[in-house]
Design a protein around this ligand. Structure first.
Ligand SMILES: Nc1ncnc2c1ncn2[C@@H]1O[C@H](COP(=O)(O)OP(=O)(O)OP(=O)(O)O)[C@@H](O)[C@H]1O
Ligand SMILES: [Mg+2]
Length: 405
């Protein structure tokens, strides 16, 4: 048999997927770094401009105090001092005590002067953290320093907003990308589900008709004196039974399966004894349990299928001879744990990560669907978990199933 998607699945699809993922992440990272870097550049630029305008403000104030010229005074007042409508500033004396003069602060002017002063002090403390204050030096006519004051200032609202802008923008983009990804992966999963379910339903349906006819013929042969008790009839009976089992599995996959509280040991025992008749007698099974009455929510035909797939893989991993140990335990909380350990050839760590991917196989005649199906049955139909618990090349592997009690 040729596996139609083995080649593409293993070599191109999965490798491609990882490369594409890597490239997308890389581009995203570059965009993030560049946009934050560029924004920082703009912010720093704007910051130094704001500082310049406060310096100008300070120099203008010095000039105002020393100059008597009416025309100049008006010019400076109108065009330099009053044009600062964005940068919050507070004037203080030498020791940093507010003089009461301030600009562009959101302060209620109707407050008492004591309250106002207190507010200004708090603002000054904050401003001190952000920027070094700029001194205004007053000199007398001889050029000696007479007095000085400080201008404390804060970044303008624009600068503040610009500081946060890239983070807000990135957060929104991230949220949007996340939602889109979720929506797509949801619709993809839904599509896969429809394919699985539809195909299984159709298969069960198609098998149904010839099967019921076969069963009728078998009954006829069993009743007929000439063929009654013939070896061929008995063998045909077994095959029909097997076909019935397969049909039942497909019809369960194709519908919402009924879960029933079932004795785990008993189901596994049944699966194993069925399998044992069909494989080499040199493969030994042991089933151990911490108690005989461990029950889990199970759909029998589907769960049997899982055990069968896992055991078949274990047998394939051995060269005809070996040991398969199945252990049933109670996990923490609501879970029942089933460990299936073989002493076969094991897997590499890289392969162990891929075994549940559809189409992944290392076998010449494998389809790479056994574990995909097992995962589907356990996780979608039983709301449990299945994973590779442990594996070591040349030593063996342990698969763990967790079911709801
Ligand atoms: N117990 C195990 N020991 C070692 N390798 C394993 C074991 N179980 C699974 N594998 C590896 O995982 C691969 C995928 O297993 P899976 O059952 O999904 O597909 P398959 O057995 O190759 O084909 P099929 O669809 O016929 O079952 C196998 O080809 C094998 O390489
Ligand atoms: Mg298999």
């Amino acid at each position: 048999m040729i596996n139609p998607f083995k080649e593409s699945a293993e070599s191109s699809l999965y490798q491609h997927k990882n490369t594409v993922k890597f490239i997308v992440l890389l581009i995203a990272a570059i965009i993030v770094v560049v946009s934050i870097y560029y924004n920082n550049f703009i912010v720093n630029h704007l910051k130094s401009r704001e500082k310049q305008s406060i310096e100008l403000f300070a120099r203008a104030t010095e000039f105002l105090v020393q100059q008597g010229d009416e025309a100049n005074v008006t010019f400076i007042n109108e065009y330099i001092i009053k044009t600062n409508v964005t940068i919050p500033v507070i004037l203080t004396d030498q020791v940093g005590e507010p003089t009461g003069a301030f600009r562009n602060l959101d302060i209620d002017e109707s407050k008492s002067s004591e309250e106002l002063l207190q507010l200004l002090r708090e603002e000054v403390a904050e401003m001190k953290e952000e920027n070094e204050p700029i001194p205004i030096v007053y000199r007398n006519s001889l050029g000696e320093i007479e007095n000085f004051e400080y201008i404390y200032y804060q970044n303008s609202d624009l600068l503040r907003q610009l500081n946060y802008y890239p983070y807000i923008q990135l957060a929104i983009i991230l949220l949007f990308a996340g939602l889109t990804y979720l929506a797509f992966s949801y619709s993809r999963t839904a599509e896969q589900n429809r394919v699985w379910v539809g195909l299984a339903k159709e298969t069960a349906h198609q098998l149904g008709t010839p099967l019921s006819s076969l069963m009728a013929w078998l009954e006829y042969l069993q009743a007929d004196e000439r063929t009654q008790g013939h070896e061929a009839v008995a063998e045909m009976g077994k095959d029909v039974e097997k076909l019935l089992m397969i049909t039942e599995r497909f019809s369960n996959i194709g519908s919402v399966p009924v879960l029933e509280s079932t004795d785990v040991y008993e189901v596994i025992q049944q699966s194993v004894s069925y399998l044992q008749r069909r494989i080499s007698t040199k493969v030994k099974f042991t089933i151990s349990t911490v108690g005989k009455d461990i029950e889990a929510q199970i759909n029998r035909p589907l769960f049997n299928w899982v055990i069968e797939n896992l055991c078949k893989n274990a047998v394939d991993a051995m060269s005809g001879i070996g040991q398969i140990d199945i252990r049933i335990m109670r996990g923490s909380g609501q879970f029942i744990i089933i460990d299936i350990t073989d002493n076969g050839k094991g897997m590499s760590k890289a392969n162990a990560k891929k075994v549940f991917q559809p189409g992944f196989t290392t076998k010449k005649r494998g389809w790479g669907l056994g574990l995909t199906l097992a995962k589907r049955i356990i996780e979608n139909y039983h709301r449990g978990r299945i994973f590779v618990k442990h594996t070591e090349p040349d030593e063996g592997s342990t698969f763990r199933i967790m079911l709801r009690a």
